[in-house]
Design a protein around this ligand. Structure first.
Ligand code: NDP
Length: 283
């Protein structure tokens, strides 16, 4: 396992474990326990996933020292704005049963992001957050954000997989000292990813699975990955990517699968913006 160093000097594992769409507390707790036992030291949750408590319990039960685990969570749009975010940060800490969060992200680029960010900056200065960042920000949104905040985001978590490779977006983030992190690194299992002939051929060469090749492709590009699975064998498989590397030609070949746009979510669609801005995760 390798680590990356964020703009503020914080060390962050290059691979972590995501728990989106694991609402059942027992299933989530077991998956996080399996992930920690398999060697993952980064867990990625969000207030909107409704499983922060299960993540916190698993970390406690694992017996692993809190300082060895990098915990990421995200504030939802409903909790944006200064006062609401201040309260929501405390709720995240309570749910995760911890006195600090390694990385807190603005989950989406909509709503009162600047008010929420001020609350995050304050909590960061108070030591309750070790790093702060954003998610789903396209470069033009990031540029506007960078021009208008005091503390710059250290991470941007965005959709990245072989069918949406985000080459220019990653370049822009790196130029601005923002660590790119891939959500949906396995394309959420969509678009026939696991039977794609290009990926299958490269997988065969290394005696690895397609999932392992795709995760390794992100690592070669300096992108942090957080694959999700609730199956122990896949959880173990997905972290077994640290004993081989891809050639630049293979990285380029995988890059050629790019469709140039997302077929999972469309942040440019007003109906999508309306839908997520009205999504309530609590009263
Ligand atoms: P992933 O790309 O990680 O894909 C998960 C899917 O792939 C699941 O259906 C899983 O099935 C399957 N899978 C996992 N490993 C394997 C394998 N080795 N072989 C075959 N199938 C496999 O999608 P996610 O959307 O979960 O993204 C990862 C994480 O990113 C999330 O969990 C979350 O933490 C974060 N995220 C953030 C978002 C944001 O807006 N910031 C949006 C979406 C995700 P199974 O579980 O049945 O094994």
């Amino acid at each position: 396992m390798e680590n990356t160093v964020l703009a503020n000097g914080l060390s962050m594992p290059m691979e972590g474990f995501g728990v989106f769409q694991v609402p059942d507390p027992e299933v989530c707790e077991q998956a996080v326990l399996d992930a920690l036992a398999s060697g993952y030291r980064l867990i990625d949750t969000a207030a909107a996933y409704m499983n922060e408590k299960a993540v916190g319990s698993a970390i406690k039960k694992s017996g692993i020292d809190r300082s060895e685990i990098f915990v990421t969570t995200k504030l939802w749009i409903q909790d944006f704005g200064y006062e609401a975010a201040k309260k929501a940060i405390q709720t995240c800490l309570d749910n995760l049963q911890t006195d600090y969060i390694d990385l807190l992200l603005l989950h989406q680029p909509f709503g009162d992001i600047f008010g929420a960010w001020r609350a995050m900056e304050e909590a960061y200065k108070a030591g309750k957050l070790k790093a702060i960042g954003v998610s789903n920000f396209y470069p033009f949104m990031l540029e506007n954000f960078l021009l208008n905040v005091d503390i710059k985001p250290m991470v941007n978590q965005i959709e990245i997989h072989p069918f949406f490779i985000r080459e220019k977006d990653i370049e822009f983030m790196k130029a601005n000292n923002i660590q790119p992190e891939a959500w949906g690194p396995l394309a959420e299992g969509k678009f026939g990813i696991f039977t794609n002939p290009v990926l299958e051929r490269i997988a065969k060469k290394y005696n690895k699975s397609v999932a392992q090749i795709v995760l390794r492709w992100d690592i070669e590009r300096g992108v942090v990955v957080i694959p999700k699975s609730t199956h122990k064998n896949r959880i173990e498989e997905n972290i077994d990517i640290w004993d081989f590397s891809l050639t630049p030609e293979e990285v380029a070949e995988i890059n050629s699968l790019d469709k140039g746009h997302s077929e999972i979510v469309d942040h440019f669609d007003p109906n999508f913006v309306k839908m997520i801005c009205s999504l309530k995760i609590h009263d």
